[in-house]
Unconditional design. Structure first.
Length: 157
């Protein structure tokens, strides 16, 4: 089953992949060549470090290729809904503390909590789905049970 991703999220993954393939991969290959030139590779820390980095880069490239090939782009531009759906940005207020939060529901490959991008599969996203402005939702999260009031629902790009 293909996993949803916003157009912007898909483009960001493509940029990361391109950077790894066109900048990071050639650089690490050069680093390996240089480290190999220092002689015996058995006790060559630079060589082993470069090979480890190469392995990480190749793993990340494969991971990104897999994410891109298994994604389905959902164009959120122009979406409008009275309820919370994929791609929605939601303004919330914690009922107990009054703390304000803003989250955008995105695919798992583009999740970035520091930027307020939460996976559609996260506990808070699942609690918000299909809810409307003014509703209070209970979120069973690892830190406990929290109640949030939905103050606004809107769509960006």
């Amino acid at each position: 089953m293909r996993k949803p991703i916003t157009k912007k999220g898909y483009e960001e993954l493509q940029k990361r992949l391109e950077l790894l393939e066109k900048v990071d991969r050639p650089k690490i290959v050069q680093d390996i060549v240089e480290a190999r030139a220092h002689g015996d590779i058995k006790e060559n820390a630079e060589y082993h470090s470069a090979k480890e980095k190469q392995s990480f880069i190749e793993g990340r490239i494969n991971e990104l290729r897999g994410a891109l090939s298994s994604s389905q782009i959902i164009d959120t531009k122009g979406l409008d809904s009275e309820s919370v759906i994929f791609g929605a940005t939601v303004d919330l207020i914690n009922v107990d503390s009054g703390e304000k939060r803003v989250y955008t529901l995105v695919g798992e490959y583009e999740t970035d909590i520091e930027r307020g991008l939460i996976s559609i599969n996260s506990p808070i996203a699942r609690a918000l789905l299909k809810r409307e402005i003014g509703e209070v939702v209970k979120v069973n999260a690892p830190g406990g049970i929290f109640e949030y009031e939905i103050k606004n629902i809107y769509f960006g790009e």
